[in-house]
Design a protein around this ligand. Structure first.
Ligand SMILES: Cc1cc2nc3c(=O)[nH]c(=O)nc-3n(C[C@H](O)[C@H](O)[C@H](O)COP(=O)(O)O)c2cc1C
Length: 256
């Protein structure tokens, strides 16, 4: 259960939530304590380094101590200031990044977990931070091209299997079917799959079919197209030999 202390939008400011809460640490503590009492899962925060470019490392330490006292053990830090007069887009680009402050927090509070976030574009960059903190969060880079993380299972988690794009698409299809039974509109799932074949042959048609059709049937049409594309290209995309046991089992389990 995560408390958002990072959103700088006007709406958040009007509602008194998000980044502006960092101005009132006593209130943050009160909210966090109430959350910790109310739920059984860990309570985490997503925060900025501070506000209006006026943050100091000492102030950040003070904030972390206050939240830790309220029971927080995991801190996701978007490693820049929030400038409340700026748009949300500007707030993801303009205030300078200071990942080194998050690294330093980990040195100063080794018993707490820190996840650093902001402007991380590649697995290489993520691995650099992972030597210094407990986790990294990628937002835009992975949304724009999910396969930025194609080597993550192997290089971060030591797992041998690297799923192909088609395999991911088929598993997402199974997920979409499950969600549809609960009443989730297909587009709520499909919209996050638009960039799955980014930069690959057929990738633009994939995107068009999904965004025009917005249905399970449209996904099936797009899947058939990509199966043909990948068939023409050979299995180059998936480095594992045909019939890789884990992959085959995984798909069988999903009923695909
Ligand atoms: C379209 C969009 C929506 C976002 N919504 C949220 C949100 O609801 N809660 C949140 O904590 N951060 C939200 N963020 C911020 C991201 O979690 C992240 O902190 C930010 O994009 C910086 O990371 P990045 O440079 O890897 O994208 C959003 C970002 C984008 C681009």
């Amino acid at each position: 259960m995560n408390l958002n202390l990072g959103c700088p939008s006007e709406k958040a400011q009007e509602g008194g939530y998000g980044a502006c809460l960092l101005l009132d640490l006593a209130r943050v503590q009160e909210i966090l304590k109430a959350m910790v009492e109310a739920v059984r899962v860990p309570v985490t925060v997503k925060m900025r380094l501070g506000l209006e470019g006026k943050e100091t490392y000492g102030g950040l330490v003070w904030a972390v101590e206050a939240m830790a006292e309220a029971g927080v053990r995991v801190f996701v830090v978007h490693a820049r200031s929030a400038l409340l007069a700026l748009s949300t887009k500007g707030n993801r680009e303009i205030p300078p990044l200071r990942h080194d402050w998050v690294h330093r927090l980990k040195e100063d509070f080794p018993h707490l977990a820190f996840v650093t976030n902001g402007g991380i574009r590649s697995l290489e960059e993520a691995l650099f931070h992972l030597l210094r903190v407990d986790g990294v969060m990628l937002g835009r880079a992975v949304y724009q091209d999910p396969f930025v993380l194609e080597e993550a299972d192997r290089r971060v988690f030591g797992l041998p299997h690297r799923p192909s794009r088609l395999e991911v698409a088929r598993r997402m299809r199974a997920y979409l079917e499950e969600e549809a039974l609960k009443g989730t509109p297909p587009w709520a799932v499909l919209r996050h799959m638009l960039h799955l074949f980014r930069g690959r042959p057929g990738g633009k048609t994939w995107r068009r079919l999904l965004s025009e059709g917005r249905s399970l049937q449209a996904l099936d049409r797009a899947l058939r197209l990509m199966e043909k594309e990948v068939g023409q290209e050979g299995e180059e995309e998936n480095p594992h030999p045909k019939g890789h046991p884990e992959g085959a089992l995984g798909l069988a389990r999903e009923g695909v």
